[in-house]
Design a protein around this ligand. Sequence first.
Ligand SMILES: Cc1cc2nc3c(=O)[nH]c(=O)nc-3n(C[C@H](O)[C@H](O)[C@H](O)COP(=O)(O)OP(=O)(O)OC[C@H]3O[C@@H](n4cnc5c(N)ncnc54)[C@H](O)[C@@H]3O)c2cc1C
Length: 449
Amino acid sequence: MPALRTLYDSSVYDPAPVPSHWEATVPVDAADWRPLEADESCDVAVIGGGYTGLSAALHLARDHGIEVRVLEAGGHVGWGASGRNGGFCCLPATKMSIAAMTRRYGAEETKRFFASQVEGVAYTRALIEDNDIDAEICGDGVFEVAHRRQAFGELQEYGAALTRLFGIETSLYSKDEFRDIGHDSTEQFGALKVHAGFALHPLKFAHGMARAASAAGAVLHPSSPVTRWLKDGSHHLLHSERGMLRAKRVVVATNGYLRERLHRAFDARILPALSNIIVTRPLNAAELAAQSWTTDCPLTNTRRLLFYYRKLPDARILFGARGDLSGTPADGARMRDWMVRRFTEVFPAWREIPIDYFWRGLICFSRRLAPSLGRLADDPTVHYGFGYHANGVNTAPWAGGKIAEMVAGRTEPDDLPAVLRGLPARFPLPTLRRTYLAIAYRWYGLRDG
Ligand SMILES: Cc1cc2nc3c(=O)[nH]c(=O)nc-3n(C[C@H](O)[C@H](O)[C@H](O)COP(=O)(O)OP(=O)(O)OC[C@H]3O[C@@H](n4cnc5c(N)ncnc54)[C@H](O)[C@@H]3O)c2cc1C
């Protein structure tokens, strides 16, 4: 059996918790969650304990009465992107423009995709509220900030299209107007507010969903990487380091952390990429005022290699950007320095503010430029959901719910919006994937100016 393969330095897959602000502010209550340490069996095995896998497990157990276990490679559930993202619950989970999506899938399917994205935002909020999760929701929309003068016109067109085509409420603010209600910066030339979205504490959300899944009867196994996947007749045998799980059906919910050569169907389908976050110490009122900062909403800018940032409930500033191409600790340290420099170029009044946290994680792109959901054509006992294009907080929990419905036979893959349906094409010459990313970064960097 060939060894499993990953695209980045082994440190990126280290199962220890990352040194994030989120890890520092959430008590890890792992009392009921033990590694798989024997040979067990269940109806459905979920590989991956992030939002996709946890939501699938919660809904399978609670809504469909199906016996389910989750195998998570990291040291705790929510160890992957779900426990380390920026906490922006927003839309859309695609790198396709509206025009490109319409050309490829038609106007009706594009509408269905955007409707599912709005539904995803409401779905995440409902999961939090219905399960009493203390996820520190804040903000009542998401701002997209023009990073240069010419980008303001693009924002205006984009906002008008969201409203006209999909009925999504938006508001446009000039540079001066946005200084009064948002912030000022060297890269602030007006902003668009999309009134569908909010911010949350991603790890508290993941742990809350895990507790709800446990309470509904799902069994969660952290520190249990699936290292080998065999079939015995109609059963799947998922081997981990200290145990084996025998299951009738499997849900693959590994997103950017997929280990290749685990199952051929998923090899070369994804392009994982690193995303980095820095967090400052808490700012006082005068420091916030120095950048005219007043908003609690999360913000992205119009760079193609975008910056994403927000004020946390304790007045720290979180600032995120793309990562490096190797994942080595040395490149990570260089990226941290670059991010601090860019952060203080964008917000010069905060030049002396100490940075308390830096961490990174894997997001997941694919050739279809949108998420992929469904079940394998040649083995209908295997379901999957991945490829959220750095926008999974609204999409992955919703996808997990849809997967649970498909496993339970309440939804067919054909019922999904066409934009999301089925596996993406494989990458040609997949060993060159990081080179493709390097070329894309260079190209987008030039276009961003
Ligand atoms: C730094 C960063 C910032 C981000 N910011 C945002 C944001 O603000 N808003 C937004 O919408 N999205 C954001 N994202 C993306 C978002 O976090 C993801 O789209 C979402 O969490 C995906 O959830 P998931 O459950 O599919 O994958 P993950 O949460 O990545 O979970 C997959 C899990 O599978 C496990 N796994 C993999 N292989 C195996 C195996 N063989 N056996 C067992 N387990 C395995 C991994 O350990 C991992 O925990 C960000 C991501 C990162 C990294």
